[in-house]
Design a protein around this ligand. Sequence first.
Ligand SMILES: Nc1nc2c(c(=O)[nH]1)N[C@@H](CN(C=O)c1ccc(C(=O)N[C@@H](CCC(=O)O)C(=O)O)cc1)CN2
Length: 281
Amino acid sequence: MENLILDGRKVAQSIKNQLVERVQVLKEKGVTPCLATILVGDDPSSATYVKMKGNECEKIGIKSLRIHLPKETETNQLLETIQKLNEDNSVHGILLQHPVPSHIDERKAFETISIEKDVDGVTSYGYGQTALGFGKYPSCTPAAIMSILNYYQIPIEGKHAVVIGRSPILGKPVSALLLNENATVTTCHSRTTNLSEVVQLGDIVVAAVGKPNFIQGDWIKKGAVVLDAGYNKGNIGDVDYDACSEKASAITPVPGGVGPVTISMLLKHTVDAAEETISKH
Ligand SMILES: Nc1nc2c(c(=O)[nH]1)N[C@@H](CN(C=O)c1ccc(C(=O)N[C@@H](CCC(=O)O)C(=O)O)cc1)CN2
């Protein structure tokens, strides 16, 4: 079956193109949008993602303030770092890279980010706003998935969306965003029985399980749209791409699918947050 490859790099570029002019306008008004990233520890993948985020910021004129804390950092020290960034008027967005080392209370750290600067959509307040349908900054991967659907004009209303995964920054918020667009949403997880049968109901399937090549071709309904939000070691998605693309009408690859758009959404939210500071004065 002929299918459409949903090209995340193309979507990401179109988002970034729109941001360049907005950043210019902000600078003319004396405001340089600034994203602060916090990386705790030395996980190589996390270091790569944070570097990619900082570099993408700089390419379009957003200031990238990169904070790297040692892996021995205690929760209180991390909270103090976040508090300082909350109080720094030159910082518009704060991103704490997930995961942090296991001795740190990550949830407490996320909750310390002020709602105005939660451009990564990690606070429970931000999630609540997203779920209720008026969140300014939904988590970036869920926002990326919605942007891809929107870019390719894939209808959502009335469709059955099956989300596999229920993490706080991916499965839960993307389920909420799809529901807000009038999809009928099923959120699956590790205790879902007959998972393959549930996935087969999906007109739109979002894979967010964190297991390489987990979603099998025979789980996919013919003509479904498949979005792979997996970012497993070796750039392997959660979807068995070759098998699933034979069934899908449209599918995101890994790499080059949801990942690049995730970063563009972070940049967009940072620019949005910088503009908000102007409109408040
Ligand atoms: N605080 C957060 N932590 C994490 C998030 C997040 O959204 N906020 N998401 C993931 C990982 N992630 C961003 O942090 C991420 C992963 C992968 C990509 C990406 O663009 N991947 C490329 C390939 C990578 C490469 O070229 O090396 C692709 O898919 O094409 C972007 C973001 C965990 N933590």
